[in-house]
Design a protein around this ligand. Structure first.
Ligand SMILES: [Zn+2]
Length: 118
């Protein structure tokens, strides 16, 4: 089940492919540029293969520590179309909920725009 959900914003001809992989034994959504390929020997640490020309990817669990279990294909699709995407985050420290916008980040896949209060 690998499905293209949009064009890669960081290279000229890549498509973003949605798939599910096991990360530390858990099914995780992952969105990778078709010009990137990731591999893992232990299912925990993922490395970019040598022939990759783009490194863009979003790990679906990257906001897990903020109480967001998974980044959905719908959210990624909207980001790729340049739309604002609002998400709910939860801080385990302050026990508060936050509503924030997220954006695409070349290095981290997704980043949260903390400065903006919604
Ligand atoms: Zn790309």
């Amino acid at each position: 089940m690998n499905k293209s959900i949009g064009k890669c914003p960081f290279c000229s001809d890549g498509e973003i492919i949605y798939s599910k992989i096991l990360v530390s034994g858990k099914q995780t959504n992952v969105y990778t540029c078709s010009n990137a390929s990731w591999y893992s020997e232990d299912g925990e640490m993922f490395e970019l293969s040598k022939n990759a020309t783009c490194s863009f990817r979003i790990w679906g669990n990257s906001l897990q520590k903020w109480g967001k279990r998974s980044i959905t294909p719908k959210e990624v699709k909207s980001l790729l179309q340049g739309k604002d995407v609002k998400i709910k985050l939860y801080s385990f420290k302050t026990k508060k909920e936050y509503y924030k916008y997220i954006c695409l980040d070349k290095e981290y896949g997704i980043s949260v725009i903390w400065e903006t209060n919604i």
